[in-house]
Design a protein around this ligand. Structure first.
Ligand SMILES: [Zn+2]
Length: 522
């Protein structure tokens, strides 16, 4: 079903764009556009950037050395291209460093399990913790749970539902009889409801339960946050302060769960090393190519630099990051004296609430009020298929003008929506839209982003589709060039927002939010 849907979407997108006049071709008459395409195609640095950022540096969780090292790497990289850059401090965060995660089943048989500690998990001793595994005790209500919870003392506790199948729905849809697919889905709904009741009856929720188990003397908390794809789990943060929090793959979680359910008393040895590093400074990396005619007006290339750390953050948001860096490199080479100033913002801590970009907006009102355009990219490796006007009344005029310079092979995939409505969140463009600055999201074809890579243990280099990323770097560079050259300043006039059918009141333009400047430390 997923494949069919995206094919349909592709056809709609193609059809709509094809109705627009075809203006630019691969052999653009504009020498700068031609040079952008030539440099991106014949001298691409994307693979090298991806290698250095994703493989060599690795994940970029806020407050970790991996994040700090990446900021320093980006500054050096820009300098090697002759682009001045610096790390701007905007706050601080709980510092933590992920060490080894190694999880073994040692009884009733031996098997090394696939899993890892969650972000900010407390460390085990070097030789690890060995203990029996139990399922979260079932209780009639929170009073009964206070008694039942005593049984977890010294044990690892399984607190996620045991999934009835490790096969994604698309696989069932392809091979199961319709009857057995329906039966599985019904069973899964019932299991989910029963598990939610079990959690609710503890008197806690998924966030507060781990601390309650910790207080009851558990050896550790084990989850399995399945992402509904083969082998893919989402890896988020821990809610314990003393004992380790680990996530197991669906397959190994199911194995351990069934052993416990059958009374076979599974024993695990968990080594989950980590280091607390106190308060660590948080940054945005800001690069700048100074404008020559209107240096006080800005085009901002925008991508968040941070990631979750279950894998290397390849598509969230390594691909957005290298798109913007590559576009800047190309522009510096073929368009070194832009009319307006070009800034590349690689934001910290987007994942905890757009913190880096909100800080930039708050700290630089003089820049924000003079923004010609912001181009943000943050939803995976796919080629851009959507561009909306974010509620700016005349966005069609200038965005369409800028887009028309890009090759038809790139724009034919893009469905546009003007004037659209202002985005309230989801990625960093929203920080600028809230401040009234014309900011736009270069929205990507999904490539199973939500299931397989977004915040998962599978968001790695191999998922990058370089041809699509290259197309996005070309698009970004051309839009930036056109926005810089445009004789007109882009309009900030807003649409009159509609009455919300939900509240019956007229919808309001989002307002700027302050960032969290001190995170995870209290
Ligand atoms: Zn992201």
């Amino acid at each position: 079903m997923k494949a069919q849907l995206s094919l349909l979407f592709f056809l709609i997108a193609t059809g709509m764009a094809a109705a627009q006049p075809m203006r630019a071709t691969q052999e653009s008459k504009d020498p700068i556009v031609a040079a952008i395409i030539g440099e991106a195609t014949n001298n691409s640095q994307l693979e090298q950037l991806a290698y250095e950022l994703l493989d060599k540096n690795g994940p970029r969780l806020v407050g970790t050395p991996g994040m700090q090292n990446a900021h320093n790497w980006a500054v050096e990289k820009y300098k090697s291209w002759g682009i001045p850059a610096q790390n701007e401090k905007w706050g601080e965060w709980r510092g933590w460093e992920r060490g080894v995660s190694h999880i073994d089943l040692i009884s009733p048989r031996v098997k090394t399990l696939e899993g890892m500690q969650l972000a900010w998990s407390p460390s085990t001793p070097k030789k690890g913790v060995t203990a029996e595994v139990v399922i979260l005790p079932e209780a009639a209500d929170s009073v009964a749970f206070q008694n039942a919870v005593k049984s977890v003392k010294g044990k690892f506790v399984l607190i996620s539902m045991n999934q009835p199948t490790g096969r994604p729905d698309y696989n069932w849809e392809e091979f199961a009889t319709p009857e057995s697919f329906e039966k599985m889905k019904k069973e899964r709904v019932e299991l989910t409801e029963a598990w939610n009741t079990r959690i609710r009856n503890t008197g806690y929720n998924a966030r507060t339960l781990p601390a309650a188990l910790e207080k009851a003397g558990a050896a550790g908390v084990i989850t399995s946050n399945w992402s509904r794809g083969f082998g893919a789990n989402k890896i988020f943060k821990t809610y314990t302060k003393e004992i380790p929090s680990i996530d197991l793959s669906l397959e190994d979680y199911g194995l351990v769960y069934r052993l416990a359910e059958h009374g076979d008393k599974p024993q695990l040895r968990v080594v989950a090393e980590s280091k607390e590093l106190g308060a660590m400074p948080t940054f945005n990396t800001i690069a700048e190519i100074k404008g020559t005619e209107k240096p006080e007006e800005y085009i901002i290339l925008s991508a968040h630099f941070d990631s979750w750390d279950g894998s290397s953050g390849a598509t969230d948001n390594g691909t957005g990051t290298i798109t913007m860096m590559e576009a800047a490199r190309i522009l510096k080479k073929v368009y070194p004296n832009p009319k307006r100033t070009i800034i590349v913002g690689l934001w910290g801590s987007e994942e905890q609430g757009l913190n880096g970009s909100r800080a930039f907006v708050e700290d630089h009102p003089e820049i924000v009020k003079n923004i010609q355009a912001v181009f943000n990219q943050d939803n995976g490796t796919g080629r851009v298929v959507n561009l909306a006007g974010q509620g700016f009344l005349h966005s069609y005029d200038y965005l369409q003008r800028w887009l028309s310079a890009a090759p038809y092979d790139i724009t034919k995939h893009i469905e546009t929506n003007f004037p659209g409505t202002p985005g309230g969140g989801g990625s960093d463009y929203a920080s600028f839209v809230a401040a009234g600055a014309p900011a736009f999201n270069l929205s990507s074809l999904n490539w199973a982003y939500g299931t397989y890579t977004w915040h998962t243990n599978r968001d790695s280099y191999d998922k990058v589709v370089f041809d699509d990323v290259r197309s996005n770097a070309i698009l970004t560079a051309i839009l930036t060039y056109m926005a810089s050259e445009d004789p007109e300043r882009s309009s900030r006039d807003r649409v009159v927002l509609p009455v919300s059918p939900r509240t019956g009141e007229q919808m309001k333009w989002p307002t700027p939010s302050s960032p969290t400047r001190r995170g995870g430390l209290d």
